[in-house]
Design a protein around this ligand. Structure first.
Ligand code: AMP
Length: 293
């Protein structure tokens, strides 16, 4: 199929209806664009497992806090469309903010999630911990926009990266609680050769910051080594990680935690399958990373 692009909800829905009638399996890969190999790994998996692949590109204003990087978030739709064409994607949905939020004043939407009385989808408990503690509006913006995308596209499968581990778990919880008929597929975190987790935000890093950012993965590997060596106390492991990361001038830690992979609750003794999650500011860029124990 030649790739088709849509900015409007109504024609996209019409186009997809035909495939649903033919019993074709539809997948959705939601992204904020500025695509890299992390995104591409999700698309490849969707291409392999389903008949019709839909990729959405939408820098969602409601998931950014008023002082966050919504305005400066990297965008390059032309380049993205070339990549998606090469990836044999069938449909690209790249709406404007006013199409997604029905003309609501986007600047107001950005400023602390004011949808002027519009409906919000929220997974309250999980959205307030870890990244949610530091970014209070973030996850309700994510769940609201993903719920909207699910309702617009009605995919059978949706693909999310383990890079944003908390996001993946929050979305799984939303799907379960709201009985969405969508199977969530988790995809492994993709790194550059030197270990840095691929992220559109890496573009913000200076040469020095990029070097300092390598410490995130080094500390995760160190944690795994300590655990392999028999260490079970999360406090000891996290302390060592904090020391390593803080050793670099540009790094400032938001949090490092070791959690249960499904509940995201802090564990008292480290077990196989636990997740080590972190968010660290490298200069003015907030990076997240994680590893499974
Ligand atoms: P984003 O455009 O950053 O919102 O990401 C869109 C999707 O790609 C999310 O499901 C992310 O978890 C996933 N993703 C982003 N970076 C990576 C990566 N390095 N490895 C795997 N998945 C990723």
């Amino acid at each position: 199929m030649t790739m088709k692009t849509f900015k409007k909800i109504f024609p996209l829905r019409n186009a997809l209806r035909i495939y649903r009638k033919k019993d074709k399996k539809i997948s959705l890969v939601p992204t904020m664009g500025y695509l890299h190999d992390g995104h591409i790994s999700l698309i490849k998996k969707a291409r392999k497992e389903t008949d019709v692949v839909v990729v959405s590109i939408f820098v969602n204003p409601t998931q950014f806090g008023p002082k966050e990087d919504y305005k400066r978030y990297p965008r390059n739709i032309k380049r993205d469309l070339t990549i998606l064409k090469r990836g044999k994607v069938d449909f690209v949905f790249y709406p404007t903010a006013s199409e997604m939020y029905r003309g609501k004043d986007v600047t107001k939407v950005v400023a602390g999630f004011s949808l002027r009385g519009g409906t919000i989808v929220e997974v309250p408990k999980m959205s307030k911990i870890l990244c949610g503690f530091f970014r209070p509006v973030h996850f309700k913006g994510v769940t609201t926009v993903v719920a909207k995308l699910f309702n617009i596209i009605k995919p059978h499968f949706a693909y999310f990266g383990e890079k944003d581990y908390q996001q993946l778990i929050v979305i799984k919880k939303m799907v379960e609680d709201l009985n969405y008929d969508v199977k969530i597929r988790a995809c492994p975190l993709i790194r550059e050769k030197d270990g840095i987790a691929l992220s559109s935000r890496n573009k913000y890093l200076s040469k020095q910051e990029r070097k300092d950012a390598l410490m995130l993965y080094s500390s995760l590997k160190k944690a795994k080594m300590l655990i392999k060596g028999g260490e079970k106390n999360p406090k000891v492991i996290i302390k060592k990680m904090r020391e390593m990361i803080s050793n670099k001038k540009s790094n400032k830690i938001d949090y490092i935690d070791i959690v249960h992979p499904e509940t995201l609750e802090h564990v008292k003794g480290v077990k196989k399958g636990n997740m080590i999650l972190m968010a660290v500011w490298v200069g003015k860029t907030r990076l997240i990373d994680n590893i499974r124990v």
